[in-house]
Design a protein. Sequence first.
Lengths: 448, 280
Amino acid sequence: MFSKLLIANRGEIAVRIIRACKEMGIKTVAVYSQADKDALHVSLADESICVGPAPAPLSYLNQQAILSAAINTDCKAVHPGYGFLSENADFADLCEQNGLIFIGPSGEVIRQMGNKDEAKRTVAAAGVPVIPGREDVKDLKEAQEAAREIGFPLLIKARSGGGGRGIRRVDRMEDLKNAYSTAAQEAKVNFSNPALYMEKLLSEVKHIEVQVLCDSQGHSVTFGERDCSMQRKHQKILEESPCVLLGAPQRARLMKAARQAVKALRYVGVGTLEFLLDREGNFFFMEMNTRLQVEHPVTEMVSGIDLVKWQIRVAAGLPLTFTQRDIRSQGHAIECRINAEDPAQGFQPAGGRVDILHIPGGPWVRFDTALYQGYEMPLHYDSLIAKLIVHAPTRQEAIRKMQAALCETVIEGVNHTALFQADLMGEEAFEDGSYTTEYLAGKGAFHA
Amino acid sequence: MLDKSMFKSPNLRLEHGLADGAGLPLVCPGCRREVSQEVFEQEFCQCARCGYTHKMSARQRIAMILDEGSFLELDAGLQSSDPLGFPSYREKLNQARTSSGEKEAVITGLGSIEGRRCAFFASEPGFMMGSMGAAVGEKLSRLFDRAAADRLSVVGFTISGGARVQEGIISLMQMAKVSGAVRRHSDAGLLYIAVLCDATTGGVAASFAMQADIILAEPGALIGFAGPRVIEQTTRQKLPEGFQRAEFQLEKGFVGKLCRRPEQKALLASLLAMHEVEPA
């Protein structure tokens, strides 16, 4: 079924997928842009095809070029990795129409989860808690009613909005009337649809996510959660599993909710359900990522299960050969995303040539990267250059291991964030696990 | 750049299961471990690791219980037609025949268990979930009548979703007809042993399955008239854990003994020996 596979991605994730394929005896075809001709994934794959010039829309997002490459090299399947085409429903459909297996869920499911409203409706119907809110608010009276129901602070949004436009924060009932009319006006002007959506504003929350894996026979498993609350401008910068603040009964409820959601969706493949966890310990479904996540190694380390290999196997129609009971999270894992950004210059993206590269080692230290010594980094793509993952029996030991490994990391020639993260690990809110998604912006944290 | 030739290709064959036409591996639904077909059949289609019992076909039952070569099939050609012209029933029948390789949902005949002759029947779960239509009722009635005439005990393995809806009232009538034959066999002073397997429900549970002199059951089998989900929905009550499972029915007295597959043949043989009758 799967003798040859095309990897429609670059960087560390392309390398990660090629490694899984090599172990599985699957031949690989890498695609690359003109700027990436010297990239590691190009050298590692069995075959490599250039699919266009440096800008991603002309190469890594160029569906026709990628499909032609797959067909011409006689590939059976396409692995989209994360980012780029990984959550593009049209591409998933196009693969299918061309007789290629898209390694991910069907275009239909991607579409369903890509529409945030529909995603929430679907999982809410399956009994999963979602952020309290009301859709389709048509007039002020309805808005007031909804506000009483939801509570303050709340957000009023244009239903067909996006990119932060048409969003109003309301803290008191007195302010509702004004906010409502401006939001409605804006929605009408900008999106020619005055329909509004109201939702509770959750502040000081943790971002908790649940990894799922489902085969095409209807069996699914959930893995222990990941705490991805350490974020800078909505970008995760480190992740850990398990979340220290989550108790066993809460975790059980979270896993049950995730299982209900994937069952309702008839989901196939790997996926991640993202939840917000508030100070009181309530969790609310936010969205589902229908692909492999950057931080998947955290789960691999605590579960001992290779998610990429299983993603390929279930895409090939193979059944899971383990049950929920077989999944036991052991110890604690932390991942740091090392970005080519200069913390001293407001995290400005950095480029350059890797003059010296020293990768940290030792037991239970994993370094996923596409860097090599002498590599000239192109500036056209994401700034993630490496992921450092450690695993230890306790969180405390994992933190120490991570700090030591970050300090051992040498990437000469490119500014990066490793030492920033080493410092971050020493901060109190990280040590006690109370950091929220706003920690780095306003240093917000739960207090014990 | 790093040259491609710097990286040697690992000399690894394509992982098991991924090759063209590899077919899907057999996975135990209980523990999800891969099992080999051969070992599996030797183990009476029961998972050695978790004890999960898989559905066994009627032919597999015959091979498991009856002495090798002793089985003589009766009424092999009897099969249901479509007496009511029920929509898409013919297609369903054809489909069931192709997928199960049997003409009907029960196989009947004569054979011996550890040398003791008996009449034998086994439901075929792969044929419309062993549902009872006119042909199933007729085959069973003839078997009991034949057993009464030959003064043989009857041993039967039941698996059924119940009466076959596509045959409507004709299928319901089979309950009375088979019950009559069981009664005639019983009145002749002869033994009938039923082994209730997962699942024995509906009109079959409500007739010949529960009329046996000795009722055995496979551990974990669902046994009841209406299924638990239907009962829960109708009564709007939460049912107790393990409701209608063989263990529950044993406790409530509907079942005499639970018996695992590896022990079934020996138990049936000793029960037959205890109730041995003089040939007429």
